[in-house]
Design a protein around this ligand. Structure first.
Ligand SMILES: NC(=O)c1ccc[n+]([C@@H]2O[C@H](COP(=O)([O-])OP(=O)(O)OC[C@H]3O[C@@H](n4cnc5c(N)ncnc54)[C@H](O)[C@@H]3O)[C@@H](O)[C@H]2O)c1
Length: 252
């Protein structure tokens, strides 16, 4: 028996990196992966890759930072498939390592919108249906930047800390409704997240002081394996937890 047989799993930011690895891994375990991303061609490519392996996937193009788009996406998926068993809030962007004095209002709001508000929008839209069914599983992809002070700039750090607060609040509030909510805090992972960044010199220099202790970068599949544990019944007694997957970086 595969671990996610017949589950419907919606994964945001799933056209690249960790999200793509989770969509592929979950589908291999029997789930229908709902591949959500702002990047239309990327969504199609990941769905094609999953289907070509004989597994199930469905494409949804959505900007997670737009509440209305999120509402429409969730409504479409529930109308099509009847339910969403697993929600993974993974879509995220970097912040150029901007310290608080330098981050412009527009960039602050953009990072918050994608990295924190997007997760709230999806939880807000999907939770009522999960409560009605008496079951559901939510996973938020935070970061070691969500538990420590200088793995990125001010906006990314604040958003990822906020995501952990949202995780714990949902976990406790809905504990009697058959819903679990956890987070993963990855360390460095080889993905496209750094592409196109214009690092702030001061922020970069401060951030780099802790980089020497990073053991290595992970492959996205290593984070997907931790995700599979949390969203499957293997993690049935784990709720409100932040699983740090950083190869021991924060152990120092
Ligand atoms: N790569 C790392 O080192 C690392 C470390 C810790 C945490 N994370 C977190 O992991 C998550 C996945 O990042 P990744 O490293 O795989 O990066 P990635 O850039 O490879 O993938 C992120 C995906 O999110 C999508 N996305 C961006 N903005 C979006 C929006 N507004 N709406 C919908 N989709 C959007 C992108 O198109 C992309 O497909 C992020 O939340 C990131 O903060 C990454």
């Amino acid at each position: 028996m595969r671990k996610l047989e017949k589950k419907i799993a919606l994964i945001t930011g799933a056209s690249s990196g960790i999200g793509k690895a989770m969509a592929i891994a979950f589908a291999r375990e029997g789930a229908l992966s709902i591949v959500v991303d702002i990047h239309e061609q990327g969504v199609k490519d990941v769905v094609d890759a999953i289907v070509s392996e004989g597994n199930n996937a469905w494409a949804e193009v959505c900007d997670v930072g737009q509440a209305l788009e999120v509402r429409q996406t969730v409504a479409r998926v529930i109308a099509e498939f009847g339910a969403i068993d697993i929600l993974v809030n993974n879509a995220g962007i970097m912040d150029d390592f901007m310290p608080a004095a330098d981050v412009e209002v527009q960039q602050w709001h953009h990072v918050m919108n994608v990295n924190l508000h997007g997760a709230y929008y999806f939880c807000h839209e999907i939770l009522p249906a999960m409560v009605e069914r008496g079951k559901g599983n939510i996973l938020n992809i935070s970061s070691v930047g969500g538990i420590q002070g200088s793995r990125a700039g001010a906006a990314y750090t604040a958003a990822k800390h906020g995501l952990i607060g949202l995780t714990k609040n949902i976990a406790f509030m809905y504990v009697g409704k058959g819903i679990r909510c956890n987070a993963i805090a990855p360390g460095g992972v080889n993905t496209n997240i750094g592409a196109g960044m214009h690092p702030n010199a001061f922020g970069y220099e401060r951030m780099m002081t802790g980089m020497a202790t990073m053991p290595r970068m992970a492959a996205p599949e290593e984070i997907a394996a931790a995700a599979l544990f949390l969203v499957s019944d293997d993690g049935s007694f784990v709720n409100g937890e932040v699983l740090v997957a950083d190869g021991g970086w924060t152990a120092y």
